[in-house]
Ligand binder design. Sequence first.
Ligand code: AMP
Length: 394
Amino acid sequence: IGHVRYSTTGESKAENLQPLFANLSLGGFACAHNGNLTNTDSLKKELVSKGAIFQTTSDTELILQLVARSRQKKLINKLIDALNKIKGAYSLVILTNKKLIGVKDPLGIRPLVLGSLNGSYVLASETCALDIIGAKFIRDIENGEIISIEQNHIQSFKPFKKYNERPCIFERIYFASPDSIINGKTVYTYRKKLGEQLAIENKIDADVIVPIPDSGVSAAIGFSQKSKIPFELGIIRSHYVGRTFIEPTQNIRQLGVKLKHSVNRSCIKNKKVILIDDSIVRGTTASKIVNMVYEAGAKEVHLGITCPPIKFPDFYGIDTPKHKELMASNYNLDEMTKIVGAKSLFFLSLKGTYVAMGYKNRDNENPQFSDHCFTGDYPINVEEIQNSKNELFD
Ligand code: AMP
């Protein structure tokens, strides 16, 4: 098992690398965790007061500590004990000497899928990982489900109270790989629909649609097809620069964005350009790119974003920053337009986002997704993590 988790809790230190491993009374126990726990501080304080010694600053270590302390006899019951104490978003893969275990939290915030390869079972966050190794997709792990695999025999446990599923909508907007399949459709299809919907909501006179690569590409194709304005690769992304967003400091982020994108002048000079990106978080990418496109001789630069303004921080594993760093949390549309330097800036409506996902609208009684970044409707209480000073971590 493995996981490329960047530090959404705790620091980017070697000891926080996943999977975390411990030798427990029943043998080796390794755990990789996609998501973020929300009651880490109080649980950690409690365990430390009882003598627990933490080796890392990762929230995931709590799971190991709690499993280790459970008085249950069987591993699966120890795990259920631990899961009953943690709160937050978690999709887990766990490996013991005998078992491969998959867990999805009761609201199903982060994804986890089951596949098969040569008569064995495989677990992964997304179906694209199954495709790479030639495995066949079987099904999603359900919210609140624990899957235990031993000698190719599979058992499913559902120990939690049943809740309506609230998958994080940002997986479809940004996170997931375009070729992954969610609910029977590729993520690419959802993103194209987001772009189409944005074009339906905003009729702007322009010569070219240019995606901010790579994440804006699928949506820009949708926008171009719907608006009938030609699609051009007016910005080229260097594949030797990684994800700039997750760099630890703003200076490195800004430098990274600069090194990452360059302008393809032939598509832009003297043109009215509509740039498409999936989201604005701090505004680092948008400001740089609008400026670059004007410098390359564009007549007008408009910027379309295929989700609503991100006004609320995430605490479930996306690593969006606190309120004070979120552009849309601090400025209104006019101010944001000026800051990014575009002639116009437009976001997809919340309703449009749901329409692109195949719904008529957001069901306010029973929301289909966790869309807390846009609405502030946090399906899992975030008060503790919001007020966390990380005293015990840093
Ligand atoms: P920013 O530059 O801070 O406004 O962030 C927005 C850009 O980063 C967009 O181009 C997104 O595609 C990308 N992005 C948005 N959310 C995330 C995330 N959680 N991790 C990495 N990249 C992201």
